[in-house]
Write a protein that binds this ligand. Sequence first.
Ligand SMILES: *[C@@H]1O[C@H](CO)[C@@H](O)[C@H](O)[C@H]1NC(C)=O
Ligand SMILES: *[C@@H]1O[C@H](CO)[C@@H](O)[C@H](O)[C@H]1NC(C)=O
Ligand SMILES: *[C@@H]1O[C@H](CO)[C@@H](O)[C@H](O)[C@H]1NC(C)=O
Length: 366
Amino acid sequence: MASSSSSSSFFFVLLFGGGLFLFSFDAEAARVPALYVFGDSTADVGNNNYLEGSHAKANFPHNGVDFPLSRPTGRFSNGYNGVDFLAIHMGFRRSPPPFLSIGNKISHQTMRGTKGANFASGGSGILDSTGSTITTRKQIQYFATIRSNITMQVSTEKATLLISKSIFLISAGGNDIFAFFTQNKAPNESQVKQFIDTLVSAYTDHLKELYNLGARKFSIIDVPPLGCCPYPRSLNPMGSCLDILNELALRFNSAVSVLLHDLSSKMQGMKYSIGSSYNVVSNIIKNPSALGYKEVKTACCGSGKFNGQSGCMPNATYCSDRHRYLYWDMLHPTHATSKYAGVAIYEGSLSFAAPINLRQLVEDNS
Ligand SMILES: *[C@@H]1O[C@H](CO)[C@@H](O)[C@H](O)[C@H]1NC(C)=O
Ligand SMILES: *[C@@H]1O[C@H](CO)[C@@H](O)[C@H](O)[C@H]1NC(C)=O
Ligand SMILES: *[C@@H]1O[C@H](CO)[C@@H](O)[C@H](O)[C@H]1NC(C)=O
């Protein structure tokens, strides 16, 4: 997700040597050879820092206040995001680096994507028409170039094996829903159906493209209850969640669940786990104190109603007890929430990860 500050629409961009040998022992002791990440600001770890003129950035304070060395990295979080925690569960240090930094840094050049790369870009969507940053389609094209580089570093055979055992994580869809909502605040059933069909059809193309490039293990993160984020709440005179956004998220999520089931029955060797960020966030909203939260409506950092009317800019105020807030900014979760989501999606029950959890996907060697 992300926000596009210049226009009136808001997105998840914000909105929303070593490594040469496939089987070499890695200090990180990762359980899969590599992690490749695609999506929007829920997964971005700094690609947008390299985009001139992008408004979907977070490489300034107070973002990163709880990151090692209190450093803003481009993550839309006070610390780590959900991808970092999932990567840690898989045995990596945190998310792989933003692909736009690979090639700019000597240390990353040697790696050239053999342990993974993060292509996610705040503000992007599944549809090419969503946002103005690096679309999902473009992200996959970038993966294709890294894949040819990997093939040059190891043999084609080893590259194929590496890619087939690696995790392909996608966290996208929220910005497409925000963009649709911005155009049409009260869509009727046929408009909703048409939108969801279009979105799912584009998602199908992306998944097939990745499969054709050799991906087999897919970790899909669904869309959270968007209407409960501080920004949509601030638009609601009653201050409650915006139902239409939640309904669109639910419709999209259930269509994605059917899609993955269908694709995996047709595409040989395809395996997947869908992590339900929808159920994770809903669970926190339903049981805040039991889960250690004191604030699930107002963002920690921002300004205006629910701190949801502007992003976490350097002049915004931010809370001190950040581990007790659900939301960091107008659209994104705190480090604490991402940590909880990481556990739920990695090793949680069926309501948080289905048809298998991410751990089962990682450990599946069949
Ligand atoms: C891919 O390899 C080419 C040629 O070695 C290099 O110039 C380019 O930077 C590499 N790209 C990535 C993303 O590693
Ligand atoms: C939905 O809204 C569109 C645009 O206003 C209209 O053309 C269409 O007839 C409506 N469909 C239904 C089923 O109400
Ligand atoms: C922060 O500064 C921007 C201009 O750079 C201004 O539009 C905004 O209202 C300020 N926010 C606060 C909370 O002072």
